[in-house]
Design a protein around this ligand. Structure first.
Ligand code: OGA
Ligand code: MN
Length: 286
């Protein structure tokens, strides 16, 4: 991709990922740089800004707001009390949030269980283990494009049900999330999104179902729904669609939730892993 922009963008080892070196996000960025970063982000849905080891929470938020309004996660225990627009994934419970060892260790796109899922997430790897704890990303545009014509026709016009409740209950049972009452659990209602959505900025189609939060395909019987979802999940996470991000301390990774999925991987829990995420609001998928 030849982007005529003011910042150096270097492709990584999957076509959807690139890195930017030489920015300091503790400084204010001018409008042109932000416009160019936005263009780079749309060209590379996983965009890595290297070398931000001293980025403060305040500056992380300031930077993230340049791409849109931010949204808060509904589970308040995993937010930083002083910066509730930041979700903490810290196995040491840094900043007063509940410690998390295993956040997002299943394929998902963030918060697809809301009517308006976020357009993007901006994750700062402040303290990362020397080995392990990589994040995997799947390119859902490439996955859609590679479907055979029959499957594309089959899913055309279909919607799927997304819910957080089942996922949260499973985590609650494992003791890795705070207990919630029935009333609290019932805030997570089912929402319905197209199985393949059209990206509002690039116009490209992308698969939009994920293991984490997609419960079923609407209008199909249980078995047909399960079979189709399993087929789409398995198809989407083939090596050719996946970028593995090996974190370096101070990386800031921005991903476009509308056309990617991601998942966390294991690491040695005796090592600290402390990551902070800001989440940019998005539109209703169509
Ligand atoms: C997230 C997430 C995975 C990881 O921040 O949304 O799923 O590897 N993170 O920490
Ligand atoms: Mn996530």
């Amino acid at each position: 991709m030849n982007l005529s922009i003011s910042i150096p963008v270097t492709p990584l080892d999957n076509p959807m990922a690139a890195e930017v070196v030489g920015l300091d996000l503790n400084q204010d960025l001018d409008d042109r740089t932000v416009r160019d970063l936005h263009a780079a982000w749309m060209a590379y849905p996983v965009l890595v800004i290297r070398n931000q080891p001293d980025l403060s929470h305040e500056r992380h938020l300031t930077y993230s707001r340049r791409f849109g309004d931010l949204q808060r996660h509904t589970v308040k225990e995993i937010l930083l009390p002083d910066y509730p627009e930041i979700l903490a994934l810290s196995n040491r419970g840094r900043g007063g949030a509940q410690p998390i060892n295993n956040g997002g260790a299943y394929w998902h796109s963030d918060i697809t269980y809301e009517e308006n899922p976020p357009m993007g997430s901006i994750l700062h790897g402040q303290i990362v283990p020397e080995e392990g704890g990589d994040t995997l990303y799947a390119d859902m545009t490439a996955a859609y494009d590679a479907l055979d014509d029959d499957t594309k026709r089959e899913i055309d016009g279909l919607t799927a049900t997304h819910t957080y409740r089942a996922r949260y209950e499973a985590m609650m049972e494992q003791g890795v999330r705070p207990p919630k009452t029935e009333e609290e659990l019932s805030q997570w209602i089912d929402v319905h999104h197209p199985v393949a959505r059209t990206h509002p900025e690039t116009g490209k189609k992308a698969l939009f179902v994920n293991e984490g939060f997609t419960a079923r395909i609407d209008g199909l019987g249980d078995n047909a729904s399960r079979d189709l979802l399993d087929k789409l999940f398995e198809h989407s996470v083939q090596d050719r669609f996946v970028y593995r991000h090996k974190w370096r301390q101070g990386d800031l990774v921005m991903w476009d939730n509308r056309c990617t999925m991601h998942r966390a991987t294991d690491y040695d829990l005796s090592q600290e892993r402390s990551m902070y995420r800001a989440t940019v609001r998005g539109d209703r998928p169509v």
